[in-house]
Design a protein around this ligand. Sequence first.
Ligand SMILES: Nc1nc2c(c(=O)[nH]1)N[C@H]1C(S)=C(S)[C@@H](COP(=O)(O)O)O[C@H]1N2
Ligand SMILES: [Mo]
Length: 524
Amino acid sequence: MSSFRSKLVRAALGAMAGLLAAFTALAVAELVAGLVRPAAGPVTVVGGAVIDRTPAAVKDFAIRAFGANDKIVLQLGILAVLALFAVALGILALSHRRAGAVGVLLFGIVGAATALSRPDTTGAGDVLPSAVGSVAGALVLCVLAWKAVPMPAHADQEGAGGWSRRNFLTAAGVTAVAAASAGALGRFFTGRQGQGAVASREGLVLPAPSSPAPALPAGVQLKVPGITTFTTPNSGFYRVDTALTVPKVDAGTWRLRIHGKEVTRPRTYTLDQLLARPLIERDITLTCVSNEVGGPYVGNARWLGVPLADLLKEAGVRPPSKGGTADQLVARSVDGMTLGSPVEDVMDGRDAMLAVGMNGEPLPFDHGFPVRMLVPGLYGYVSACKWIESIELTTFDAYDPYWVKRRWARRAPIKTQSRIDAPKPFARPAAGTVTVAGVAWAQHRGITRVQIRIDDGPWQDADLAAQAGTDTWRQWSYRWKATPGGHNLTVRATDGTGQDQTEQRTRTIPDGASGWHSVFVTVT
Ligand SMILES: Nc1nc2c(c(=O)[nH]1)N[C@H]1C(S)=C(S)[C@@H](COP(=O)(O)O)O[C@H]1N2
Ligand SMILES: [Mo]
């Protein structure tokens, strides 16, 4: 064998040992996490830490480019980086076994430390997945790297390292299968941990609202092909959050604590206590501040929940306009997320609620089971806390919640927006009458007018669908006499205060995108 070729084979065996060590470490960590706490697994905690440190612009880009797959992309990225280090450590371990093992253990220490630094850590036990996993990985690396090739110093010695290639590959195969089994077992335990929560959700019977949603007027839903449905089904509702593993909260043990500045009667509620209160049911459109002009991060559902203002009043809270000194309400979730809303908005009579139901069923886990907050008219990041566990009254001066620490605005009412859903961009409709249609929203102000402009022509009023309320989006359509050629269609809306949607384009950061949505089509 040429020496180059033998070096190559040697490196390949080292790389293989390194990858197997990393795979073992992750799989064993997965197993331990499944037994201890799934959210303490190394990929989850490191991924969470990366998300928290990602600059807002990059995060925004990720949401835009990958949508709900952003988290899968992130996890694949972490695994790819780990694989590179694993290959390097494996090759290093051929000549410096101890250094290779120490390298693996260092990754374990990083994972363990990260687990402890997460806002949702439950204590010292969270180091176990990374710690045990990395020890397993280091052992695998020592043995495989040692046996992959005769150690140079002992190459002449009988029996020092150097399995036959066949024995090495057999050992590698056995390791891979064992690690995969450990990983699978870990997944199984993780699933089992969530079973109590799943059962609590399945067993939850939502009480009837004492204030049902007003019936939807006939005609809120236009019959135009391609238009968004007025009510977004739960399965199609956009999801934006930082959770790498969706929290599975058991409704039976869930508690909500209301406390803080000026709370004269702090209280902790069980779900049953909340459900025993009068419930309201409302159609409310939720929008993400990361939604680009024309973007998809907006959805409308029928929510069932407890009026939040009543709970606050019972706790002794007064809005600033009535002399209260706490102007910010900070909602905290079980995964450590914090969102801050103006107390004034929550208590001004709008249907701010702690929602328990979404479109006739308990909240899906993805959307905050068992309880989430909603405040009509505010972007999700300043109001819509999922998996909520506490509400603290404070001031905007005293505390910046998660997104505000990351350069997003402290206060963020939803900006008036309108979107063309049909025809789609670059569609090729036939000349004649083409129905242009879409949705417009300005929650809590309502939509009173939508206008369409063809190319540089005059603004023309679109036909408005019936309005369900000021807190929901509103559909619109326009019968366009389309002539052959390329055309640019632009939409704008006017809100219930008479304010026109601004033409000025802004980025989503810091307080939501503005500007008009345009679609280019070629009429044939
Ligand atoms: N716990 C928690 N709640 C959260 C978030 C989050 O990351 N964690 N994201 C917020 C944001 S930015 C938005 S837009 C809404 C989205 O709610 P949805 O995923 O149910 O559509 O949830 C809000 N509530
Ligand atoms: Mo959002």
